[in-house]
Design a protein around this ligand. Structure first.
Ligand SMILES: Cc1cc2nc3c(=O)[nH]c(=O)nc-3n(C[C@H](O)[C@H](O)[C@H](O)COP(=O)(O)OP(=O)(O)OC[C@H]3O[C@@H](n4cnc5c(N)ncnc54)[C@H](O)[C@@H]3O)c2cc1C
Ligand SMILES: Cc1cc2nc3c(=O)[nH]c(=O)nc-3n(C[C@H](O)[C@H](O)[C@H](O)COP(=O)(O)O)c2cc1C
Ligand code: SF4
Length: 657
């Protein structure tokens, strides 16, 4: 069956014809060598995406200057020595009838790696103006001279020449997000020049336009040249959609053949990487406006993570093609499944942004909450011996272990003490904007049903139950419990409950004045869930919520775009946030706490909610050492963390069976 006819119709972009309208946007992987070379692992990652049926792959940003690299493990096109690796990559991808476009960047002011103090041999940040970059506010970039600007134009031209030589079907220059050199040249937020390269829009565009003309001259009239732009900077004083429509017209006149319309700046990561629960296709209005301004194809990017939304953008003329990024990390086979009408089998991306955090801050290739083999083909070898496997706990860790073990040919049973699968994954979907987690869980339950995994609910597993079941191996995935210290549980206050219970809806009603102790993810999300959406105060049935946190900020361990929005929402809804404070005493109607050496009190509190972390539930595991069979401990029961870690540990344990 052929579905989504619009999405799966071919499109012509200058001399390049693409078989369908699903494009992969550029996504950094940190899979290059430190010299910027393409690695086999990187080829494997892109081939896996190509195999899934995507029409066009935009590679991650590639450096055009070797002495001002964007990051240490970023691919490059700054040297002819890099050509053989690229040829291997492009040849491998062309076998799947996929078109390949390379995103070109000059890191410019971004001192991630190009800071000579940190990276010997690098020359340091440069920019339109001496405006520091958000990533390092104490480093002032060198303001480029006109000769230097011309030199960088030649670097782009050379990189584009190499792109053509290795067989890339096109290039895209990165001019969005107030990112890299070009992104920061075009926006008045960071271009403060008063010469011919600054001031008005036409002048700020002069540099990228010269680059486009140089590439056109070098690569010929048919070669596809694209530009990534932000439809709007989403910042006071930044580019507006009116500006970017003008930019698009100028680009088109200079020779740009297609646009990749994103949004925002690096100052507002949530505009570039929209997280769970944000509107789908949130840049559709910008791509529609740009489409009206130009006569070349325009693509839209940003939270387009299902084929209905994608197809609709094309039908309603809001885009000529769509970029699907994280949706293809979560499920590289999305295009072929959509085409075949197997939409139920598409593994949904829940928008958690763990992929970005793992690449940006974790120092690893990206990992995914929904896909334990993200970035490579899942190759599960059939086990030599079919075994009877018992998995204790039906949270995400246990479920993933069951999936992998079943695919490997084992006879698998999950025993779960509650009446449903999911564990904390169920609770994770309750707070505002987390609704997509429910779809993630729906998919994971469906996977187990399709595989025919035996699930026994309402079964609290004990050592005796395991002995009676007589498995060949046990995976203990019993998760954790909310930390509830004795001084709170046995305190003078009549209602102290865990955030988990508050979300589950047990032990309600909670009253109108609530205190949450602990300002981590769970505490903040619970406060967000409980407080009235529009700051309606108790008089009309609303609630007042206070968060108290010992550290000097809330959610300090979260660097994702989710945090930005959550913190903003808490402020907007007038949640009282007290940081740097230690609870000293619990009173019948409140607490006392110290902050900056001074004692304070909060009175009139109806409910105290604890969100002080998770205690691993490993008591069963600790009893099993003399069982005489392999017993593995995974997920929160091993170390409280996140869904992603639980599923990776679950998959790994099942591979060892
Ligand atoms: C409110 C909230 C929001 C969260 N948000 C996120 C988020 O946005 N992103 C993220 O990655 N993580 C989030 N987490 C954390 C995440 O859900 C957990 O890290 C993850 O679920 C751990 O998976 P697990 O399988 O190890 O354990 P769990 O999910 O805790 O599952 C363990 C299961 O074992 C069962 N069990 C326990 N003992 C027994 C027994 N003896 N016999 C049978 N069954 C037993 C339990 O009933 C439970 O179903 C959130 C957690 C909460 C509470
Ligand atoms: C892991 C990761 C790396 C990214 N790297 C780049 C990059 O190299 N260049 C760029 O312009 N955008 C980059 N982005 C942004 C994506 O191109 C895309 O605009 C964004 O993910 C929104 O699309 P999506 O909702 O379909 O994921 C990256 C995104 C992710 C998730
Ligand atoms: S880690 Fe989260 S946001 Fe990233 S692809 Fe996976 S599900 Fe989507």
């Amino acid at each position: 069956m052929n579905s989504f006819g619009n999405l799966f119709s071919p499109i012509k972009i200058n001399g390049m014809t693409v078989k369908n309208r699903i494009f992969l946007p550029p996504m950094g992987t940190k899979l290059s060598t430190d010299k910027g070379e393409i690695t086999d692992k990187l080829i494997e990652y892109y081939v896996n995406i190509a195999r899934g049926g995507v029409g066009l792959i935009t590679t991650e940003v590639a450096d055009v200057e070797g002495t001002r690299r964007y990051n240490k493990l970023n691919i490059g096109l700054f040297d002819d020595l890099l050509i053989p690796g690229w040829k291997k990559l492009v040849d491998a991808l062309h076998k799947y009838d996929v078109r390949v476009v390379v995103q070109l960047i000059h890191s410019g002011p971004v001192p991630l790696y190009n800071d000579p103090k940190v990276s010997p041999g690098q020359l340091g940040p440069v920019a339109a103006s001496p405006v520091p970059h958000i990533y390092k506010l104490d480093v002032i970039p060198h303001e480029l001279t006109i000769d230097e600007i011309h030199g960088i134009t030649r670097l782009f031209r050379d990189a584009a020449r190499r792109a053509k030589e290795v067989g890339c079907d096109g290039v895209e220059i990165h001019c969005g997000h107030n990112h890299g050199l070009l992104g920061s040249f075009v926006t008045p937020l960071s271009n403060k020049r008063a010469d011919e390269y600054g001031g008005n829009l036409l002048n700020r565009m002069k540099f990228p336009l010269e680059i486009v003309k140089a590439i056109r001259e070098e690569n010929g009239p048919d070669y596809a040249i694209g530009a990534r732009i932000s439809g709007c900077n989403m910042e006071d004083g930044g580019l507006t959609i009116e500006d970017t429509c003008q930019m698009a017209k100028l680009f088109e006149a200079a020779g740009v053949d297609f646009f990749d319309v994103s949004n925002g700046t690096l100052h507002r990561p949530e505009t570039i990487l929209p997280c769970s629960g944000m509107p789908k296709a949130l840049n559709a209005e910008y791509s529609r406006r740009i489409k009206q301004a130009v006569n070349v194809p325009v693509g839209s990017v940003g939270r387009i993570n299902d084929p209905w939304t994608a197809d609709d953008l094309i039908v309603t003329d809001k885009a000529d093609f769509v970029y699907m990024g994280r949706a293809l990390i979560s499920d590289p086979e999305l295009p072929s499944k959509a085409k075949e009408g197997d939409t139920d089998d598409i593994r949904p991306c829940v928008g958690c942004c763990e992929c970005v955090s793992s690449v940006q801050y974790g120092g690893t290739f990206f990992k995914c909450t929904m896909n334990s083999s993200a970035g490579c083909e899942e190759k599960l070898e059939t086990a030599e011996l079919k075994k009877r496997i018992l998995i204790v706990g039906g949270g995400p860790g246990g479920m993933e272990a069951a999936r992998v073990a079943t695919i490997r040919g084992h006879d698998v049973t999950i025993m779960e003490k509650t009446d449903r699968l999911g564990g904390q994954f169920i609770l994770a979907a309750f707070p505002p904007l987390k609704q997509e987690f429910a779809d993630g869980l729906r998919y994971k339950i469906q996977e187990l049903n399709k595989l025919g995994v035996m699930v026994e609910l309402n079964k609290t597993v004990t050592k005796q139950a395991i002995e009676e079941f007589a498995p060949d191996a046990v995976i203990v995935a019993t998760g954790g419990n909310p930390i509830m210290p004795g001084w709170l549980q046995n305190s003078a206050h009549k209602k102290v409950i865990s955030a988990w219970d508050a979300l589950r809806g047990v032990k309600h009603p909670l009253g109108a004045n609530i205190l949450v102790i602990g300002g981590g993810l769970v505490g903040c999300e619970t406060a967000d869930y409980l407080v009235s959406p529009h700051n309606i105060r108790p008089i009309s049935g609303g609630r007042k919520v206070t968060i108290i946190e010992m550290q000097d900020n809330i959610m300090t361990d979260d660097s994702s775009s989710n945090r930005v929005l959550l913190v903003e929402r808490l402020h907007r809804k007038n949640v009282n946030i007290i940081t740097g404070a230690k609870v000293e005493e619990v009173l019948p109607d409140g607490i006392t706490y110290t902050s900056d050496g001074e004692k304070h009190s909060l009175k009139g509190i109806d409910t105290i909610i604890t969100a002080m972390g998770t205690l691993p539930e490993n008591s069963l595991y600790n009893e099993l050492s003399d069982l005489g069979i392999p017993v593995m401990l995974i997920g929160d029961a091993n170390k409280p963390s996140k869904i992603m870690n639980a599923i990776y540990e679950g998959a790994e344990a099942a591979k060892q069976l």
